[in-house]
Design a protein. Sequence first.
Length: 507
Amino acid sequence: METFSFLLDGFSVAFTLQNITLALIGCFLGTVFGALPGLGPANGVAILIPISFSLGLDAASSMILLASVYYGAMYGGRISSILINIPGDEPALMTTLDGYPMTLKGRAGEALTLTGISSFFGAMVATVGLMFLAPQLVKIALLFGPAEYFALFVMAFATLGGVSSNNKAKTILASAIGLGVSTIGVDGQTGVPRLSFGNVHFYDGIDFLIVIVGMFAVSEIFIFIENKKIDNDKDKKSIIINKILPKLSIIIKIIPTMFRSSLLGFFAGVLPGAGASLGSFIAYTIEKRISNKDDTFGKGDERGVAAPEAGNNSAAGGALVPMLSLGVPGSGTTAVLLAMLMTMNITPGPLLFKNNPDVVWGLIAALFFANFVLLILNIPMVRMFTKILLLPPKYLMPIVAMISFVGIYGISGSSFDLLLMIFFGLLGWVLRKLNIPLVPVIMGSILGNLMETNLRRAMTISDGDWSYLFQSNVSIVIWMITLLGFVLPLIFGKKIKDQINKLKSKS
C-alpha cells in the first residue's frame, strides 16, 4: 500500500499543466528523433538537455521531459525499420526481420500499429516493474559500503554490451578514455592539478554534459557532413501506408508473445550495461523457437514484429531500475539521464527515494501517462510520422548544431567549453569510424569520480589493504557477476552476432 501512496504523490507532481505539456512535447519529439535513422534515444535526450537548462526546469520536470523523449524514441525507432529496412537505432534491428517483409506485402500500416501496441504493452510492464522492484533494490543498496559500490561500478563497465558484445578490447579502450576524462582537474584530496597541461580552464574538470553533447549530437553532424552525398530518396518515395488497423484475431494472437517478451526484456534491461539491444534480441530469438512452427518468422510474421518491440521497450524501462536505485546506468540513454540528475546536484542511488521522492515518483507517474500518450499518438498519426522520413537531413542538422552550441554556451557562458564540445564531437566521429562504442566513454566520464572516491574511501578504511574490496558477501557476489559478465561475451558473443547476421540475411 505504501508504494501506491507514493505513486499517488507522484501523479500530483506529474499532473501539473507544465509537466503534462512537457510530457506531450517529449513524446512527440522523441518519436521524431526515433524515426530519423541514426539519431535514436541517446542522441535525442542529449540534444534536449541544453534546452531543459535553458528553460530553467527543476529536476522533476527535466526528468519528465527527457524520459518522455526516451520512451518516444523507443517507439519511433520502429518506423524506419519497418518502412525502409533501416533501424532507427540498434534495438530496432530485430524489428526489421519481420517488419520490412510485412511492408513488402503491403501491410506496413498494420505492422506499425502492431509495434505501437507491443511497445505500449512492454513499456507498461516495465513501468510497473520499476515501481515495485526499484524500492526493493534500494533496501539492499543501503547495505553497500565503499567497497561494494566500487565493485558495482566495475561491474557496470565489465558487463557493457551484455552477451551480444564480442569485442571487449574496444569497450575497454572506450572505458579508459572516459575514466581518463573524469580525472582531469584539481584532485579534491591532494589539491594537485591532474592532466590540466597548465591550462586553468581544466582546473574544474570537464563537465560531462559537454562530453555527452559533443559525443552524440556534434559527432552526428560530422557523420552527416561525411555522408551528405548519400541519398535514400528513392526508398523514401516508395513509402505507402494503406490499412492501419489489424484484425482483432491478430491482436489476440500476439498477446502471449507480448507478455513473454516484455518479461524477458525487463530483466535484460535491469542488468547494468545490457540495455534494450539485448532485450530485443532475446525476445525475438526465444519467441522464434517457441512459435515458429510453420517457418513464418523472417517472412512477415506478426509475432516477429511484436516480440522485439515489446522486448526493447520493456528493457528500456528496466534500465531505469539500476539507474535510480543504485546510481548505475543500465543503458547509454540512462547514462545521459544520470548525468542530467548529477548536474542538478541530485545523486541517484538509495538516498534518492528518501531525499527526492518527488523526482522518482513524479517520473514513474509521468511514464504511465507518457505510455498512453504515445499509444494515442502513434496509431492515429502513423501516416504523419512516416512523412518524417522524407525530411532532408540538411535541414535537420543545422537545428541540432544550433541547439547544441546555444545550449552549452547558455549553461556555462564559456567559449572554451564550445571548443571542448567540438573536440569531443571530432573524437566521437573518429571512434564511430573505428566502431568503438561511445557509451563506455560517457559512463567513464560520469562514474569515474564516484569510482575513485569509493576506492579511496575503501583504502582509507582498510589502511591500504586491497583484500578489503573482496571481504563482504555482497561484494563477493558482485565480483562474481562481474567476472561472468566479462567472460560470457568472449565465449558466446561471436555466436550471438553470427546468429543475428544469419537472421538478417534470411530476411
